[in-house]
Design a protein around this ligand. Sequence first.
Ligand SMILES: *Cc1c(COP(=O)(O)O)cnc(C)c1O
Length: 355
Amino acid sequence: MMLKTPNEIDIVRASTSKINEVDFENLSFGNTFTDHMLVCDYKNGQWGKPIIKPYEPFLIDPSAKVFHYGQAIFEGMKAYKDENDDVWLFRPDENFHRFNKSAVRMAMPEITEEIFIGGLKSIVDLERDWVKKGIENTLYLRPFMIAVGSGVIAQPSTQYRFMIILSPARSYYSGEVKVIIAEHYSRAANGGIGAAKAAGNYSAQFYPQKLAQEKGFQQIIWTDDATHTKLEEAGTMNVFFRINDTIYTAPTSERILDGVTRKSLIDIARRDGIKVEERSVLVDEIIAGAKDGSLKEIFGAGTAAVVSPIVGFQYQEHYYELPKIENSIAIQLKEKLTKIQYNLAEDTFGWTVKV
Ligand SMILES: *Cc1c(COP(=O)(O)O)cnc(C)c1O
C-alpha cells in the first residue's frame, strides 16, 4: 500500500530519551509512553499543520467541551518489528476510516489521510527504537481527538485537537477469562454510538464491569439492549462462538464495533477453509451447546489481546464451563494473524504497511 505523508511535518526532538529507563520485559499495559507525541489542531473550519514534539502535559481551558459533553474518540493500533528490524503497521487504512466514521457520529471534524496515516508513519518512524523485536513485543498506538473549544454551552466544539501517543507493550495475556452474560445493562443501542470508538462507550461500561468483577468475572458479554437474547460483544472486544466446527459472530450493526481483528480473523478463517457465519447468536443456542457439548469455544477479538479465549460463562446465576479442547480454532487463528502482523508469514491479503 502506498502511503501519503504530510509534505510538511515539523519535528521538535526531545533533548534526552527516556528509553534507557524503561524495563521492556516488565511493562504493564498502557502506562509507559515514548519520547514524542503528535499534535494537530483544528480551528476556523480547518486542520492546521501537524507537529511532533516531546511528550508532555498540555493546558486546556476548564470549560473545554471534552470535559463536559464528552466529545472524544480514539483508535487502538499497533506497530510490529520483524527480524530484519523493519517496522510494520497493520491495516492502518481501516483505523483511519473508522476514526472518521466515529468523528461524524460525534459531530467532530473528519481528519485527512495525510495527517492520520502520514502522521502515524512519521511518529512511528521517529520512535522505531521503542518497537522491540519478537512476537511478545509491540508498540501500542493511540490516535485520539478531543474537543478543546471552551464554553459550557451544550453544542459541538469549534476547536479540536488530534493527537497520537505511543506506548510500548508486552503481549497481553488476560489469564483465564470467565464472562457473565448481560441481562440488564447494555453497551449500545440502535441509534446510539455503539459503532463509534467514542470515549463515553468505555466509561458507560465501567460500572457494570465492576459489578461483574465483584462476582468473579473478568468480562461481560453484551447482549442486544431490546431483548438481551442476542450475544453481541465481549467487553471491548468482538466475540466469536465455535459450535461444532463452524464459528459464528454477530454481523456489524449500529450496536457493534466493526473490529479490524474481527474482520481479519474472518478472512483468514475463510481462506483456510474454516466455516464462518456472520449472524446473531442467541443466548439459548450457547446454553444448549454447552449442555450437549457442541459449543466448543468462545473467544474475544481485538487489537490489544488479539484473541482472548473464554473458559466459561454465567447466565441467570448458572455457570457453564467449556470443555478443554485440543486444536483450538481461536489459538490457530491468533497465530496466523500474529505471523502476518510480524511479517513471519506471507501477507496474502496485502494488509501490512512498512514504516
Ligand atoms: C476497539 C473495539 C473492538 C476491537 O476492534 P479492533 O479494531 O479489532 O481493535 C471491539 N469492540 C469494541 C467495543 C471496541 O471498542
